[in-house]
Ligand binder design. Structure first.
Ligand code: T5A
Ligand code: NA
Length: 207
């Protein structure tokens, strides 16, 4: 059976990831394609609830501890993602290990240390980085409500994404996401469709 593709949406806060990924998911469902949508942090598990408390500043954890919890939250769902892929269902994910690395390294922690806990997770077939500058992001609804939503911090995150892109140039696409949501969707959909078609010849690798 043809396997599904693992496709990640990444970007600074308020770059429009959730808006776009839901549109793509719904379009694919409407066409009768096998697709599953998830996100990280996945806030419903015990670990996810602790992460949610941290992001909304109701609890405090050391930078290292919260980093490991974000990674653990991915590991607790890794097998189910693999099962979907092997059953021919493509998996769309709103943030993944790249957010984990970029957001913790932006605090000044060692980049290689940040990558270690996610090593071995299923490697994506495609990373779509929705790129907007910090000022554009700030002007969008809801910015500033959670812990990391400060312009200076987001600038660092954006430059770390550039470094990660260099390392993953085989799977990484940067998309200018400063336009309207309607302009963006067809562009993203065509990358998704192309990846689903082409991933068949490749095994699922590990990060
Ligand atoms: N994090 C995450 C870590 O530190 N480590 C990790 O390992 C992981 C996985 C929460 C935080 O956790 C950090 C990163 C984050 O700081 P989250 O739950 O993904 O991560 O964050 P959310 O707050 O839900 O979402 P974002 O802030 O990332 O926003 P999105 O999804 O990029 O943007 P979206 O689609 O919700 O849109 C934001 C606003 O902009 C409008 C929307 O209507 C909305 O009001 N909008 C547009 N406006 C104009 N033009 C467009 N094209 C627009 N598209 C959307
Ligand atoms: Na979001």
């Amino acid at each position: 059976m043809a396997r599904g593709a693992l496709i990640i949406f990444e970007g600074v806060d308020r770059s429009g990831k959730s808006t776009q990924i839901k549109r793509i998911f719904n379009q694919m469902l409407n066409k009768g394609e096998k697709v599953y949508l998830t996100r990280f942090p996945e806030r419903t598990s015990e670990i996810g609830q602790t992460i949610n408390g941290y992001l909304t500043s109701s609890n405090n954890l050391s930078d290292q501890a919260i980093h490991l919890l974000f990674s653990a939250n991915r590991w607790e769902h890794a097998q189910s993602i693999l099962n979907y892929l092997n059953n021919g269902t493509s998996v769309l994910v709103d943030r993944y290990a790249f957010s984990g690395v970029a957001f913790t390294a932006a605090k000044g922690l060692d980049l290689e240390w940040c990558k270690n806990p996610d090593r071995g997770l299923p490697k994506p077939d495609l990373v779509l980085q929705l790129d907007v500058d910090e000022e554009t992001a700030k002007s969008r609804g809801g910015f500033g409500e959670e812990r990391y939503e400060k312009v200076e911090f987001q600038r660092k995150v954006r430059s770390l994404y550039s470094r990660l892109k260099e390392e993953h140039s085989d799977i990484w696409k940067v998309i200018d996401a400063s336009g309207t949501a309607d302009e963006l969707t067809p562009q993203l959909q065509s990358f998704v469709d192309e990846t689903i078609k082409n991933c068949q010849n490749n095994d699922i690798e590990k990060l």
